[in-house]
Design a protein around this ligand. Structure first.
Ligand code: CMP
Length: 144
């Protein structure tokens, strides 16, 4: 499996000043930061990014939350990155996340769950390329 995954630090975690603590957990777990920036999503961007959830009852509130303030988007590099990062962040619902996971430590609720993590290698690449060009992603070997 691949060496890259994509993450977002969501508006609630940014406004609570958890960017630093979350990045510390990420680097302490052995991930390299291959790309990173702080941005504010526009509604149309959030609707496309979360398009797979378009028919879910929480879609509108998800888009409203994700556009409510700045976020940090990043590409992370580690062996077996997608699975390793999902283990680090824990269950989507922080009430079900294991102790020590990023969501257990920093999430407020299932909708304000501190971070996003890609669920497959294919989605990791698609999500990374949604926010970054190839020349903005700096892997250990230099290329994506
Ligand atoms: P994320 O990994 O960013 O992908 C989709 C998001 O939808 C998810 O994290 C949650 O924050 C959100 N989500 C999933 N299930 C629910 C739910 N039942 N109610 C509200 N938000 C949800």
């Amino acid at each position: 499996s691949g060496n890259l995954t994509f993450t977002m630090i969501k508006p609630g975690a940014v406004s609570n000043e958890y960017i630093g603590p979350i990045l510390s957990k990420i680097t302490e777990a052995g991930f390299r930061i291959a790309a990173m920036k702080m941005i504010k999503l526009r509604t149309a961007q959030a609707e496309v990014f979360y398009g797979i959830h378009r028919d879910r009852p929480f879609f509108k509130s998800l888009v409203e939350f994700m556009t409510s303030g700045p976020i940090v988007v990043a590409v992370l590099e580690k062996e077996n990155a997608v699975e390793a990062y999902r283990a680090l962040i824990g269950n989507t619902n922080p009430e079900e996340a294991k102790s020590g996971t990023i969501r257990k430590l920093f999430a407020e609720s299932v909708s304000k769950n501190a971070v996003h993590g890609s669920d497959s290698d294919e989605n990791a690449l698609n999500e990374a390329m949604f926010f970054f060009s190839r020349s903005e992603i700096f892997t250990k070997d230099g290329e994506v």
